[in-house]
Design a protein around this ligand. Sequence first.
Ligand code: GAR
Length: 194
Amino acid sequence: MTTFAVLLSGRGTNMRAIASAVRSGRLRAQLSFVASDRADALGLRAAERMGFETAVLPYDAGRAAGEKALAALCTERRIEWIVLAGFMRLLSPAFVDAYRNRIVNIHPALLPSFPGTDGIGDAWRRGVKVTGVTVHLVDEGVDTGPILAQKAVPVKPGDEREDLERRIHRAEHFLYWRTLSELFSGRDLTARRR
Ligand code: GAR
């Protein structure tokens, strides 16, 4: 069975959606561990409660130390895919190269629009009428890798920013595990024709 790890920095609602899909058998893969650059990440507690193994990566000692620990864990657990779910660190070019086309990320906007740390806020402030969610492979840039899947999300008249946030997160929680499921089954999602 395909093995993967999830990396997060915050609440971990995407991790929870993915982990639930694993538990229920909708996503046929093994979630080997959940790791974070932050010891206080709520997502780590959630993963523990769900019975998954967790790890804190020593990013306090610098990115090299954090990535060294991550690489060691991945080798030890024979990780095939690394799934970023709100992991707010940029992986080094050397790490990305070592896991080329095996690191996936989710971003709360329709890339290439609104990359970066506040995709929802940036789209909201720009006044777009449609935004969305993107799942993509990670390359050396910030949210620039090949796109695997996207889902449009409308900004509705009368929306507060929180309404949009809620709608985006709902879309993420469905799109991510579905895309992972196709990816893990060996499908080339970067191809234009399938
Ligand atoms: C998600 O909305 C994810 O798309 C975003 O962080 C949030 C994490 O939420 N990631 C990025 O902005 C990456 N550039 P979660 O911790 O509840 O899953």
